[in-house]
Design a protein around this ligand. Sequence first.
Ligand SMILES: Cc1cc2nc3c(=O)[nH]c(=O)nc-3n(C[C@H](O)[C@H](O)[C@H](O)COP(=O)(O)O)c2cc1C
Length: 164
Amino acid sequence: MSEPIDPKFFRSVMGQVPTCVTVVTAMVDDAPIAMVIGSFVSVSLDPPLAGFFCTTGSYSWEQLKKADVLGVNVLGEDQIDVSNACMRDLTERFDGLDWNVVDGAPRIAGTTAWLTLTEHQIIEAGDHEFGLYNVTSMDIPEEANPPVIFYGGGYRTLAVLDIE
Ligand SMILES: Cc1cc2nc3c(=O)[nH]c(=O)nc-3n(C[C@H](O)[C@H](O)[C@H](O)COP(=O)(O)O)c2cc1C
């Protein structure tokens, strides 16, 4: 029989798997909501589906689930301050940020990519839920803006490999 999985070691092992850094946003009762999400992933091309995992019991996630439209702001390598801002107390997350409501959800200026989502299905997943969403609109800047990466518990930038 295999050894039981140690949660701390599991976390360290998964810390070796790099992720994107997104801020998932919504307008709920006229107030902007933001949650930093690294588990954002595309799921299906036809129909266009994408989703992310949220820890159950998160207040932000409970708010996001109430919204008709979610925004996904994929952060650029120059937007670590935006990620840090969105880890502050819920009511302070948009303080000092450049944002406006686009297609029903808060869009933060200067991101790598932007999508809006509507709910497809919320799926139980252990101590998380997987929010599976329809992609309803999207945008990228004219000039590509490289993303910030989360790896080993910290933020990184991508490097181009010099291979001939
Ligand atoms: C880089 C990064 C990625 C994160 N990814 C996720 C994620 O995919 N799912 C999640 O539930 N929390 C994730 N978190 C943690 C949540 O952003 C954080 O716990 C949440 O905003 C707290 O909100 P709450 O106090 O309202 O629950 C991430 C945090 C960081 C810094």
